[in-house]
Design a protein around this ligand. Sequence first.
Ligand SMILES: O=C(O)C(=O)C[C@]1(C(=O)O)C=C[C@@H](O)C=C1
Length: 365
Amino acid sequence: MTEQEKALRVLRDKIDTIDQEIQVLLNKRAECAQEVAEVKESFEGKQDAVFYRPEREAQVLRRVMERNQGPLPAKEVARLFREIMSVCLALEKPMRVAFLGPEGTFTQQAAFKHFGHSAVSAPMNVLDDVFREVEAGAANYGVVPIENSTEGMATHTLDLFRRHNVQICGELELRIHQHLLVAKNETATPITKIYAHQESFAQCRSWLESHYPDAKHIAVSSNAQGAKRVMSEVGAAAIAGDMAQDLYDLDIIERNIEDLPDNTTRFLVLGKQHVGPSGDDKTSLLLAAHNKPGALYTLLEPFHRHGISLTRIETRPAGQGAWSYLFYIDFEGHCDDDNVKLVITELEQQSTELKLLGSYPKAVI
Ligand SMILES: O=C(O)C(=O)C[C@]1(C(=O)O)C=C[C@@H](O)C=C1
């Protein structure tokens, strides 16, 4: 045995021992999670027990990141713990998570980022079905896009919050890399048409104008849908991400064609439960104002007075005659906080409609 082989043997023996210890500890943790499930069932009832606890998961992940000393980066260790909690939760009860399909969309990627890979992902044909599945209890949770750093709000998603009774249970951000994809072995064929979701065309507008100014743009319901179509089409390309490229076995013409280098989408997690405070939370509200001068000021002033920071405000037509509006407001804090309770009570008097969409932990990873 050479000196190098000897040194490697010693280190690999060490790794084997550590792996064994990790494995024992992982199973000990899983046993604890199983006991947690029994406690929940005995106190809340077998049917009503709430297994997924976003506030607890956020606290676990934040603590993992805070105490991390390296050499592994804190985000990577948190990602590993994300998967550990995912398998532990699946032992308690596998979670069915609805998303806009088919398989391979950025939303599916977001669902796995948030719930880990032990979640069962359920593709839906349209966004409305994601809300409906959750509302009907057919899916435990749903994941929907809400805003993109290049293109702004997903207004269709906002409008669906008014129509459905669901709660926001969480949020997450996903860095979006768009690729131009073609069918296997078709990289040399000239491209005459490009499939993509409207939003993706917008995120890649300048790149497409400069590289494919004459190609026809065909809008599809999701990028994965476009990727699926080009599998069997010659002269056609799709704009989609890594997951769709891998799943539909497409060749990449060009990677990362998004115009802005930090193109990121924020997603919301839909559920039916009240999420307890995690210590660093956001709350979302939908408000309708009286159609009179100063109405918006009246709605926003209580936030200032009670020292609450707004993180987003979005206006949408109320759909009840011209020029009446709904406001979607995100702010820091939890609806169980005293100052938030006071603001909500005041707003109930000032507004014509108030819907508390949910309080949830701020995105951790
Ligand atoms: O603490 C709980 O309530 C658990 O069920 C355990 C656990 C975990 O693995 O740490 C698993 C799932 C929940 O979403 C939160 C945490």
